[in-house]
Write a protein that binds this ligand. Structure first.
Ligand SMILES: *Cc1c(COP(=O)(O)O)cnc(C)c1O
Length: 396
């Protein structure tokens, strides 16, 4: 069975994990900081704060930016639940604008139309690894005093071309914070894990504080317990203070050891993903019932990390429903997936915010035709050929 996505684990990855298990620290040890530093250097950011998953990183981004109940946050509906849920976690109103029907990422014109006075943040999602028009979105949002958080959960290691230069996600100037996921289907894995990347010192130190219960052992930050008695007020080696209400969003050293090892392999992962995408694109280019994923500019080609390869299929033209197609491919040993159901159509969103079908027509149309084919670095050329042949066979 060829799954739609799969991690790639090498002997070196396994050794890195085993070595950590034999060390003194399973969590709160040196491997977390090492991974953070390596990741920050890799993407070209000042700070990286590693956490237990990308959902927690998105939650932190809302907390450090002080987003709250008076605020609205706009994201793309073509995403996993987290990039919308994070604003609801802090009592803000999650809202959505439509996607561009070629790149499946946030559409700038639709963002402008969806704008209202209370929007404090925009979360564009790098669908399949491809960034939205980050420059256009940032210039518009910042002009309205809102911040930009890129959900690059699909994009680890990827980037785009802009103003004559190649930029990495997490390292370009058109996001105030960027979030990555290290779930096993994504381009780099720590089992579960995520990271928040920023150049903003204040956001970074607040994120570190809130990752661990809002508590600190840094005496420079102490405010005191309000106790006069010398013995009770003493700030000995046990002493800590809780300054804010935080969470336990920590990641372990075991996970970060895997992350550091995977980071060395990331350029290879991306190269192989790009090769497979090129094979798929060539095979499906002239098929009139298949639409291949579009890219924003030809110059981006070598920089997109391609977490997903999503086709749009005209199921009416081939006279089969998507479920039938998926079952047929599965019977040939090929796994596929549907990504994503527009988030605002979920019962929670319809019930809580009154959102209805028709809100984002491009996202709904995309959902009706989307089918993601297998894409992961260990997929062989043989497998790719077989997948292509079976997809083309669907018409008959
Ligand atoms: C996977 C994913 C997330 C959540 O990642 P976790 O690490 O599983 O919390 C958020 N946003 C997008 C777009 C994702 O694909």
């Amino acid at each position: 069975m060829i799954p739609y996505g799969k991690q790639s684990i090498s002997e070196e990855d396994i050794l890195a994990v085993v070595e950590t298990l034999r060390s003194d620290f399973l969590t709160c040890g040196p491997r977390v900081e090492t991974f953070e530093q390596e990741f920050a250097d890799f993407v070209g950011a000042k700070h990286a704060i590693a956490v237990c998953n990308a959902t927690a990183a998105l939650h932190l981004s809302m907390l450090v930016a002080d987003i709250g109940s008076a605020d609205r946050v706009i994201t793309s509906p073509n995403t996993f639940l987290s990039s919308a849920n994070c604003s609801a976690f802090v009592g803000a109103t999650p809202d959505f604008c439509d996607i561009d029907s070629d790149t499946y990422t946030m559409d700038l014109e639709s963002l402008k139309q969806a704008w209202s006075e209370d929007v404090r943040a925009v979360i564009p999602v790098a669908y399949a690894g491809q960034s939205a028009d980050m420059k256009g979105i940032a210039e518009f949002a910042r002009g309205k005093c809102a911040i930009v958080i890129e959900d690059a959960s699909h994009g680890t290691g990827g980037g785009f071309f802009q103003d004559g230069k190649a930029w990495k996600q997490g390292g370009h100037p058109w996001a105030d914070m960027t979030v990555f996921s290290f779930h096993p289907v994504k381009t780099l894995t720590t089992g579960e894990g995520g990271i928040l990347v920023t150049d903003n010192d204040e956001y970074a130190s607040k994120a570190r504080l809130l990752r661990t219960h809002g508590m600190t052992r840094d005496s420079n930050a102490f405010q005191g317990l309000g106790l006069d008695s010398l013995s009770l007020g003493e700030q000995g080696p046990w002493y800590y203070e809780m300054l804010e209400l935080g969470h336990n969003f920590r990641i372990t050293d075991v996970q970060c050891a895997l992350g550091s090892s995977q980071l060395k392999r990331l350029p290879h992962f991306i190269k192989r993903r790009q090769e497979i995408v090129a094979l798929y694109n060539a095979a499906f280019a002239d098929i009139d019932w298949i639409k291949t994923p579009g890219i924003r500019s030809a110059e981006d080609k070598g920089f997109i990390s391609w977490h997903l390869y999503t086709l749009q299929i005209d199921f009416t033209a081939i006279g089969k429903t998507r479920s039938v197609v998926m079952v047929e491919l599965r019977s040939k040993g090929i796994g596929t997936q549907v990504l994503y159901i527009p988030v605002y159509l979920q019962p929670y969103y319809r019930n809580s915010y009154g959102y209805n079908p028709g809100k984002c027509p491009n996202a709904e149309h995309f959902y009706s035709e989307a089918l993601s084919l297998p894409l992961y670095p260990d997929l062989s050329d043989e497998d790719v050929k077989k997948i292509i042949a079976e997809v083309l066979e669907l018409r008959h």
